[in-house]
Design a protein around this ligand. Structure first.
Ligand SMILES: *[C@@H]1O[C@H](CO)[C@@H](O)[C@H](O)[C@H]1NC(C)=O
Ligand SMILES: *[C@@H]1O[C@H](CO)[C@@H](O)[C@H](O)[C@H]1NC(C)=O
Ligand SMILES: [Zn+2]
Length: 476
């Protein structure tokens, strides 16, 4: 039987063959990296591609919880006080050993490690578009005396693990990703909090002050830094300043240090703003005198002036009308401090915070006016009214909030927006980069004491949200 095929049918067959060949070759050319990146970013890398499998990739994000817990435990042994407390003070031997431990882990994760003149440590995973500004994450590992092992540490070891999570999942960053260990977030040794991040933010006044700063043992900052292997030369301090637009985003993972997430059973806090403290030192001086001999109308009691000012602080804070305004008189000292002596001198230290700078500054102004009025009424002298610091609060960046929120949703983790009432290196990074923070629950909100605790489950959730957020920001 002879078969006569019409020419039009042959043409159709050829066309079909051609089409299917093109389809096959398109499938073969599909870059798995691009596929992974699309899944992470949540939108197609090429307009034509579907994103139907995004949850598959999210499920690839696995945290090595056991190793992470082991690292947290090991880091806590670099301490000058016995477990469970941790004491790790800037540039001490234990601090230097702890830094070595972190640099080693960065190396094992394939990060290239660099340190600046004051010992801020950077571990970089080069993106495939290294000319773009990088996305950074990080926190601190210094610990005030007799504190715990999670404050800051979760945001450093967790950040290195977030990089590991991304590497294991096959992700390739477009913008480089960097893990930062900030030098001296705690003010323990030199009385300056967030020393590393403040310098990175380019604060000239700090670079100048550090040239003459000494610790309680009269060891200069530069000598201490030198003995830890960092700069000995004051001229190097300005080399720490970040160049403009070094980072397109910065995200810090941290324990909440408050009770809200634990109480409400929520996994992730998405920080929308960081309240900033101002601290004020006040001194009143009077004539003092014998507690029995000097009659009441003849006194000018510096202690009562301080007491009155402490109550005025509370009043002015409450007048702001916002729960976000807080004020505390944490130090109140009387001189000579004897039961039978009228205080001749009083010393107060006042901490006031808000997420609204103007509102907080109004409180400071009112406290100042009250101090003057009280001194005049009680005929004592206001011998000091010094605003020690007055840092501006910071708002998280909108696109980083969105990335953190989308990540929490994709990971099915309960989350809520919240304010950081403690401050962090992020407060200063916000001056040079869009910023965001991820909080995880911690036991009873405890921090800065040995009972500080976060479960490895909560830490792992935070690491996953951090990893996914970094991935999204890296592709933006
Ligand atoms: C601190 O050290 C400097 C320089 O070494 C010295 O001049 C100064 O007297 C010392 N101050 C105190 C209080 O010991
Ligand atoms: C989140 O929940 C949805 C619906 O219950 C599910 O389809 C998805 O796989 C979950 N994703 C993850 C990462 O667990
Ligand atoms: Zn901290």
């Amino acid at each position: 039987m002879s078969l006569k095929i019409p020419r039009s049918a042959i043409l159709l067959l050829l066309l079909l063959l051609l089409c299917s060949f093109t389809a096959i070759s398109a499938h073969e050319n599909e870059d798995p990296t691009i596929k992974t990146m699309e899944d992470f970013s949540g939108y197609p890398f090429h307009e034509s591609h579907s994103t139907s499998q995004s949850h598959t990739t999210v499920s690839l994000l696995s945290v090595d919880a056991q190793s992470l817990q082991k690292q947290i435990d090991e880091l806590s042994t670099y301490s000058d006080t016995p477990a469970p407390s941790v004491t790790r003070v800037l540039y001490t031997e234990k601090d230097v050993l702890a830094r070595r431990f972190i640099k080693n882990l960065m190396g094992l994760s394939g990060l290239s490690v660099r340190e600046d003149a004051v010992g801020n440590i950077f571990g970089r995973w080069e993106g495939y578009n290294p000319d773009l500004s990088a996305v950074a994450t990080g926190s601190h590992i210094d610990a005030i005396p007799y504190s715990g092992k999670y404050d800051g540490v979760v945001g450093v070891l967790g950040a290195i693990e977030a990089i590991n999570v991304l590497k294991r999942s096959g992700f390739k960053p477009k913008r480089s990703l960097e893990v930062i260990l900030f030098t001296s977030e705690e003010p323990t040794r030199f009385g300056i909090s967030c020393l590393g991040s403040r310098l990175m933010a380019g604060i000239e006044a700090l670079a100048n002050a550090l040239k003459t700063t000494v610790d309680g043992q009269n060891v200069s900052f530069l000598d201490a830094a030198g003995s830890a292997g960092y700069t000995k030369h004051e001229d190097d301090l300005s080399s720490v300043f970040l160049k403009k637009e070094s980072y397109s985003g910065f995200v810090e993972l941290h324990i909440e240090q408050g009770p809200i997430l634990e109480e409400e059973g929520i996994s992730i806090g998405i920080v929308t703003a960081i309240a900033a403290p101002a601290s004020i030192k006040v001194e009143f001086e009077g004539n003092g005198g014998h507690a029995g001999a000097v009659l009441m109308p003849n006194r000018n009691d510096a202690g009562l002036a301080a007491a009155e000012l402490a109550l005025a602080v509370e009043k002015h804070v409450l007048e702001s009308g916002s729960v976000d305004t807080v004020g505390t008189v944490g130090i109140l000292e009387l001189h000579p401090g004897a039961i039978n002596s009228i205080p001749s001198k009083s010393h107060l230290e006042i901490d006031t915070r808000d997420i609204d700078e103007e509102r907080r500054n109004i409180v400071i102004e009112k406290i100042h006016r009250s101090a003057i009025a009280i001194a005049s009424k009680r005929e004592v002298s206001l011998s000091e009214f010094k605003i020690v610091n007055q840092d501006p609060p910071a708002l998280s960046d909108k696109s980083i909030i969105e990335a953190m929120e989308a990540s929490s949703k994709e990971l099915n983790l309960t989350h809520k927006f919240m304010i950081s009432r403690a401050y962090h290196d992020s407060l200063f990074m916000a001056r040079v980069s869009p910023m965001g923070m991820i909080f995880i629950p911690c036991y009873k909100g405890y921090s800065h004491k040995p009972e500080e605790y976060a479960s490895i489950q909560d830490i792992s959730n935070g690491v996953k949200v951090l990893a996914l957020t970094l991935a999204k920001l890296s592709l933006q």
